[in-house]
Design a protein around this ligand. Structure first.
Ligand code: ACO
Length: 324
């Protein structure tokens, strides 16, 4: 059987750091509220770089860390809800920027679960023998969609990108199992970039709203119910012993959500990696940024087995058991 081995990681976040105190200068908030409700202390905002720029910088880092040649890349998948354009896809722009002329490139949209969904698609191409490798990136410049008058959302999000290279192998490693799901009935709890169906021949509808809108309580409830269920199903379906989980990388939305997930799964907090204090919620980028950071800091090593788990708009969720 063919498996998809994670052979390199990479990440890129913009240089501009915005602290909670900086946020409190433009909106009615304060460091104590943001820290105690979310665990976020800082976020990085774009200083002009768009989503394709930070995705391409990430792809370059993955290439450097792997030694693969751009012309040998088979697929590029970018997960994003903040693309530069509706079309071309961010993945096609990345393909051009890095000179990966032989790659098939396309985007995937599953919000904060997007990296997991993208990895799942790439894994299938590899497991079915269609392609031998894939670069999967989560990249977001969410700051361009924030309503800086809405203190309930603008303090939570940040910009950044992260990704991985996966390659075909006969060894049982990489993506071992997955559990994905969606609940479109609850989709209106978190929306962004609404464009009405207006044209020259119908009554002009001016309700376009490019900003992120969120019912924070509803998302909190959803995350604390769906993620433990998803991880439980993932591990139980493959009879994996919870005590053998070396690490968990949850979507970096909120420290309190992570604490509840840890309690419900009875997996201790010291196995959960968190860096939302530095980056805020970077949606599809949060899991690969964290994974890359853990690899760079030597926190995870070859042979470790862990869970990556995301949740977000759609609503969507997804968990994977991965061996490094
Ligand atoms: N600063 C100060 N006060 C604030 C702020 C702020 N930034 N934002 C809201 N408040 C106030 C509210 O106005 C409210 O005041 P009131 O009681 O006088 O009306 C009070 O704080 C409590 O507001 P709540 O919304 O009830 O606060 P809650 O404890 O629910 O925390 C939060 C809000 C942090 C958004 C929480 O609901 C949450 O984390 N939800 C999940 C969000 C999430 O994970 N989103 C991302 C997932 S999907 C994705 O990543 C795309």
């Amino acid at each position: 059987m063919i498996f998809s081995k994670i052979t390199a990681t990479g990440a890129y976040v913009p240089d501009m750091v915005i602290t909670n105190d900086d946020m409190s200068k433009i909106v009615d908030t304060n460091d104590e509220w943001i820290t105690s409700r979310s665990g976020i202390k800082r976020r990085h905002f774009s200083n002009g770089e768009n989503t394709s720029d930070i995705a391409a910088r990430t792809a370059e880092k993955i290439i450097q860390n792997s030694g693969i040649e751009p012309l040998d890349i088979d697929i590029i998948i970018v997960a994003s809800v903040s693309s530069d354009y509706t079309t071309p896809s961010t993945a096609c722009i990345v393909q051009s920027k890095i000179g990966a002329k032989n790659a098939v490139a396309f985007d995937i949209g599953a919000a904060c679960s997007g990296f997991i969904f993208g990895l799942s698609v790439a894994d299938k191409y590899i497991k079915t023998g269609v392609y031998k490798n894939a670069i999967v990136i989560g990249a977001e410049v969410l700051s361009k969609y924030l309503d800086f008058g809405d203190r309930g959302t603008c303090v939570l999000f940040g910009d950044g990108a992260g990704g991985v290279l996966i390659e075909a192998t006969d060894e049982k490693t990489g993506i071992l199992a997955e559990e994905l799901g969606s609940d479109g009935d609850k989709g209106m709890a978190l929306t962004g970039g609404f464009s009405p169906a207006s044209n020259a021949f119908n009554k002009f509808n001016s309700n376009a709203d490019r900003n992120l809108r969120m019912d924070g309580r509803a998302i909190f409830d959803f995350a604390t119910r769906s993620v433990p269920k998803s991880v439980k199903k993932l591990l139980d379906d493959c009879n994996f012993n919870y005590e053998e989980v070396d690490f968990v990388i949850p979507h970096q939305a909120n420290k309190r959500i992570v604490e509840i997930i840890s309690r419900k799964l009875k997996i201790p907090m010291n196995k959960f990696y968190m860096n939302m204090d530095e980056y805020g919620n970077t949606s599809s980028a949060s899991i690969p940024i964290a994974l890359n950071e853990m690899v760079e800091k030597g926190i995870i090593k070859k042979g470790d087995v862990g869970v990556i788990t995301g949740f977000g708009a759609g609503l969507t969720w997804g968990s994977m058991l991965v061996k490094i």
